[in-house]
Design a protein around this ligand. Structure first.
Ligand SMILES: [Zn+2]
Length: 316
């Protein structure tokens, strides 16, 4: 594989000051879906020094085989559409003259859906009044937790119970959240992080962001029936012209979950590029509707271990 044909497509979610590591946003840091602003700026500076950043539009030429760049490049993408992209990431990018792709879950951006299911899960976990208790009905076995133990707190954020929740239908998710609230003795309503609405998306496009779709409700498309998945894909794409936003043919698969059927349905719905996850660089051998992306972490060695090989022969 010719290394000039590789792309590091980076996938960010939230970008927050390090001071937010504790408190309501802690689970996002634990899950690596929040990157420290300081780490984000450091990463941008390292990439700027190497003149590595390519505009998101370059993906079209690259996947179609045209416009071969003589060097490897990095493309910045954001998933979900949290308000901190506008508050923290956008100014850092603007300062450096960099542009990025933002893929939004359209029912969340339109306000039809209040955030993401995981937002409600994390907010409930962070509001726990109980220290010990039982969580039952999520997996085959009830789980007795003690939140004085770090491993039990970590399990609540991403253990089998939460993973079962993510894969459940919206109706079952509501029931699971109710059970979580009872087990953790959370009585008051919880608040979730602010998300970008249509007017903020307009602002971001003016600042140079390119928009993409990230599903209608963030449902995992391979788990839906063919009719449901096709509907999600079509409605997610139709959101943009319906709100006078630039049309898009880029889809970021929710949670990176995809399959050949999902990719065929996406193509039929008019998408030409599909972004997944894969912890490796994208090559021209990857199907355009399933390009792997890397999630940068707060680990200071991440850049050297995972991204630097893009620029060296060893990453071939
Ligand atoms: Zn997502």
């Amino acid at each position: 594989m010719d290394r000039t044909s590789r792309r590091a497509i980076l996938c960010f979610h939230r970008v927050l000051p390090a001071s937010r590591r504790t408190g309501p946003d802690e689970p996002y840091f634990m899950r690596q879906t929040a990157l420290e602003l300081e780490r984000f700026c450091w990463l941008l500076d390292e990439l700027e020094r190497r003149d590595a950043i390519l505009p998101p539009e370059s993906l079209f030429d690259w996947t179609s085989g045209a416009g071969l760049q003589s060097r490897p490049g990095v493309i910045l993408t954001f998933d979900d559409g949290y308000a901190d992209v506008l508050e923290f990431a956008a100014p850092a990018l603007k300062e450096r003259g960099m542009r990025a792709l933002l893929c939004v879950t359209t029912a969340v951006a339109s306000g039809a859906q209040q955030g993401f299911p995981v937002d409600h899960w994390y907010a409930t976990v962070q509001a726990a009044a109980a220290r010990t208790g039982f969580l039952d009905g999520f997996t085959d076995e009830a789980w007795a937790f003690d939140l004085a133990r770090a491993e039990d707190r970590a399990r609540l954020v991403n253990g089998p119970e939460k993973r079962a929740f993510v894969r459940a239908s919206p109706e079952d998710q509501q029931d699971m959240l109710d059970r979580l609230r009872r087990a953790l003795r959370v009585d008051a309503p919880v608040s979730i992080p602010p998300l970008l609405g249509v007017s903020e998306l307009v602002s971001l496009t003016r600042e140079g962001f390119m928009l993409g779709a990230h599903g209608e409700r963030h449902a995992l498309l391979p788990l839906l029936s063919e009719v449901e998945a096709a509907g999600e894909l079509a409605r997610s794409r139709a959101f943009f012209p319906a709100h006078r936003l630039p049309e898009t043919s880029i889809l970021a698969h929710p949670d990176g979950a995809t399959c050949p059927r999902t990719e065929a349905l996406a193509q039929a719905a008019g998408y030409t590029i599909g972004l997944g996850l894969g912890s490796r660089f994208a090559t021209r051998d990857d199907p355009p509707l399933h390009l792997p992306r890397l999630i940068p972490t707060n680990d200071p060695s991440w850049f050297e271990r995972r991204l630097l090989p893009l620029f060296t022969a060893e990453g071939r």
